[in-house]
Write a protein that binds this ligand. Sequence first.
Ligand code: FE
Length: 285
Amino acid sequence: MSTRMLQQVIRSIPTSDGGGVKLRRSLGQKAGLRLDPFLMLDEFSSENADDYIAGFPDHPHRGFETVTYMLDGHMLHQDHLGNQGDLKSGGAQWMTAGRGIIHSEMPRQESGRMRGFQLWVNLPAREKMKPAAYRDIRPEEIPTLNLPNGGQVRIIAGSAELDGKVTQGPIHGLSTEPLFMDVRLPAGGHFTHPVTQGHNAFVYPYEGRVAIGPQTEQRALESQAVGVLSEGDHVEISAGDEDAAFLILAARPLREPVVQYGPFVMNTREEIEQAIADYQNGQLV
Ligand code: FE
């Protein structure tokens, strides 16, 4: 048994995207600041409609997957395939752009809190040009498990293993084998979970702060920062003197070249030029 330690901290920075939605970007804030196969992580959180009302009007993607996890709020997803997804508090959507998708995500609320995440997960070269696919995950489809310490675990992708009991999340069977958990701990609470050896992994606290590692060797990780984990087969996380909530993400690295131009992520410059040309010619999708 080897515990994963906190190896690197990537603080999020404020930025905006889409029609002008204010958000905090950690992974993907500059070229090369990624954790294979994770390309980008954005957190949006605001009580102020001006920060989100412009939404994300029609835009393209090619070559990877976008995952939206909504904590609070209501968004409507629409794409060129005719998919419509109502993204509500506690729900998620897993969209495989593959060879191309054109979609929009627009708020369906004009006031109140909107809070959630968008994660970009790369696809292996052989899957970058597969047909686009879309999966809407309603809140009740995401298993919510109670911890003995009063904490709670939601499992969105991969499997949770608690006290020898395995609970599968709604997303599984992908070639990057992602683990995506949302964990809430009471002040001082402790959480240990297996993370597949060889997979890249990180923790992202979004409420409170946490400490990572065995109790004798913990390192603190502040809120709204990616904590990249070292190699190992499990992670140990403790909440500080306040309640804490955090995401745990892990996946099999692709170890392939990444060439990104905005919403297109391919392996070579030529493939990016092709994506731009296809989009301009109306042949992306
Ligand atoms: Fe998008």
